[in-house]
Design a binder for this molecule. Structure first.
Ligand SMILES: [Ca+2]
Length: 162
């Protein structure tokens, strides 16, 4: 989890601080998949070259470095939101498809083709209504029907510190 405070003034009013943080696909994602049937940490994939999508701060992941078999994987990550956010945006791409839930509620961020893995076709969706102050859970069910398998995402949350 990366924290950014977008204000570099010398004398800050606490109310003026725009607090932004994000979680992103990385080796801290928990994944249950074909090669990690009991679960484990996601790994960086090496077979995503056909997927040109870019989401800064995120890396392409799966449950194995070089998956080529048709299969599914469930990725999950808990994250803590300290105050009520005013913005929450999910950027996500997958090879080949994905379904997203946040706190067990379906988010409107799915893709059912591999198009989202191409640059310019990343899925971008507003998930503010699904984020709660406190502990949250992001779950992504991803599937590949042939060839390489990869997932790339970033969830950016913005709050005002008061
Ligand atoms: Ca694939």
């Amino acid at each position: 989890m990366l924290f950014l405070i977008h204000n570099s003034q010398a004398c800050l009013s606490v109310n003026s601080i725009d607090f932004t943080f994000y979680i992103a696909s990385d080796n801290n994602d928990w994944v249950v998949g074909r090669t990690l049937i009991s679960g484990g940490s996601a790994v960086s994939t090496t077979n995503h070259e056909d997927c040109t999508a870019k989401i800064p701060g995120a890396i392409w992941i799966w449950d194995s470095i070089l998956e080529t078999e048709p299969c599914s994987a469930l990725f999950s990550k808990h994250f803590f939101v300290p105050v009520i956010p005013y913005s929450a945006t999910l950027y996500i791409s997958s090879d080949d498809s994905h379904i997203v839930t946040i706190n067990g509620i379906h988010a409107n961020c799915d893709s059912f083709t591999s198009l989202s893995c191409r640059i310019g076709y990343e899925i971008i969706c507003d998930v503010l209504n699904l984020i709660n102050p406190g502990l949250n859970l992001l779950e992504i069910y991803a599937n590949t029907i042939a060839g390489p398998a990869s997932l790339l995402y970033k969830l950016e949350i913005k709050s005002k510190i008061s």
